[in-house]
Design a binder for this molecule. Structure first.
Ligand code: HEM
Length: 416
């Protein structure tokens, strides 16, 4: 590509940029995008990994695997909801800062973007179908029914992830957008029925991290359940040993796939693969295996609870590196710089966002997590304390207040 071609592509991207500008500094959007992507992908990996354990349990004759499969299904069905909800956040941020890229990529593959929702709903239903037909009160050591539905669920989730991966990959190739619109006969292709770009190393890398993340979940599971008076320690210790193995083996597999990804980066990425961030992300993934080897010996009463937070910190480093790669390609090669986005300050919406995050999210989430935590560690029926009940009432009031201010401000702006 010569300089004039690159400059045409730069102009094209700037022409597609939203002239309305951003309500606050672009770096805030990028920061939140990295943070929320790391959370999204952690729950995606937790969902995929625990779904895989559910499937191993469903097809195994081993009583421990059967039991573990049933227990991990509980984690999978919560994780899929969290992954979806948290997935919305990076979607909002990426479409604000990289709007020319995100929308072009979406329009080029519009059928797949719509299909994404349908596949996701079907995958979600299939998981719940499996859950309901193998109801909570049934014998967990019996062969589960409708195993096909759990298989279908995992396959659909992988497809959904692949669509996301492809949309993200298409963003990185503005030099190809026009050729993707043109058919062989010179006509424009408006169908949006193709996915045009992907990198199987990159996709496999993000998916493979499900193995160590699920391993981290198993170690946490042992620690969490071991305090109950009815705990079966032999079973829980076995589960934690499986978890440690998954962290170690999975991290090594993921590191190998990461190297494959770095070796297949497009030329437009320059020398990202050998840069500090390019190397750091891979090293940190491998570090998880070393951390597990050193810190998860024996019962590891404290460090067991650290297994998932450590995975999140590593995920944050990977997410940062992934974002720097995008910046290196789009700014470094194609001279599209999100830093020069026009800013039209809107302090109310920025303030509302952070307050919602901190107060609504903080209080309501604390309530839900407290209830879930206590219920999981209680034998029989859990009765919340007066304090937890107050937290519940406060959560309801905070949500009500939020909705009221939403309408008041909305009507005020509308009436002006
Ligand atoms: C539940 C099934 C899902 C799976 C398995 C999945 C998987 C993935 C994967 C593997 C990536 C990384 C792609 C890459 O960088 O190569 C990704 C990114 C992303 N996902 Fe998901 N995802 C799921 C659901 C969702 C949902 C429901 C949303 C939004 C409503 C969402 C929003 C996003 C966004 C915004 C990105 C980052 C896009 C970017 O930075 O360019 N995902 N997802």
């Amino acid at each position: 590509m010569d300089a004039s071609q690159v400059s045409q592509i730069t102009d094209m991207m700037y022409a597609l940029r939203n002239p309305a500008g951003l309500p606050t500094y672009p770096i805030i959007f990028i920061g939140l995008s990295v943070l929320t992507f790391a959370l999204h992908i952690l729950f995606v990996q937790l969902m995929l990994g625990t779904s895989a354990i559910t499937l191993i349990g469903a097809f195994s004759q081993n009583a421990y695997w059967r039991r573990l499969g049933a227990a991990m299904l509980e984690v999978a069905k919560v994780s899929v909801s969290v992954a979806i909800v948290i997935g919305v956040a990076p979607l909002l941020f990426v479409q604000v800062v990289y709007d020319p890229h995100w929308y072009t990529s979406n329009v080029l593959s519009a059928d797949w973007v719509i299909g994404f929702i349908i596949f996701l709903i079907l995958g979600y239903w299939a998981m719940y179908y499996y859950y309901f037909v193998n109801g909570a009160n049934q014998d967990k050591s019996a062969t589960p029914k409708a195993r096909w539905s759990m298989l279908l669920s995992l396959a659909l989730m992988l497809l959904v992830g692949f669509i996301m991966h492809s949309l993200t990959s298409q963003i990185l190739h503005p030099e190809l957008w026009k050729s993707w619109y043109l058919q062989q006969n010179g006509m424009l292709d408006y169908t949006g029925d193709k996915l045009h770009e992907w990198n199987l190393w990159r996709y496999a890398f993000f998916i493979s991290l499900s193995i160590p993340v699920a391993g981290g979940m198993l170690v946490t599971y042992r620690r969490f359940k071991s305090v109950r008076s009815d705990a079966d320690h032999a079973y829980l210790n076995w589960a934690a040993e499986v978890g440690k193995k998954w962290i170690k083996v999975g991290s090594v597999i993921s590191t190998a796939l990461y190297v494959g990804w770095m070796m297949t980066l497009p030329e437009t990425a320059g020398n990202f693969a050998t840069s500090l961030w390019g190397i750091l992300a891979g090293v940190m993934v491998l570090f998880y295996a070393i951390w597990a080897q050193v810190r998860l010996k024996g019962e590891a009463r404290f460090c067991s609870y650290m297994a998932l937070p450590v995975a999140l910190v590593i995920g944050l480093i990977v997410a940062t590196s992934r974002e720097i790669l995008r910046y290196d390609i789009l700014n470094g090669f194609f001279h599209y710089n999100f830093w020069d986005y026009k800013i039209v300050f809107d302090w109310y919406s920025t303030g509302l966002f952070f307050l919602t995050f901190a107060i609504v999210g903080g209080v309501v989430l604390s309530y839900f997590l407290t209830i879930a935590w206590k219920a999981g560690q209680t034998v029989g029926v859990y009765t919340p304390s007066a304090f937890v009940n107050k937290l519940g009432t406060l959560s309801i009031w905070i949500v009500v207040l939020w909705v009221v201010q939403f309408f008041i401000v909305g009507f005020y702006v509308w009436a002006r």
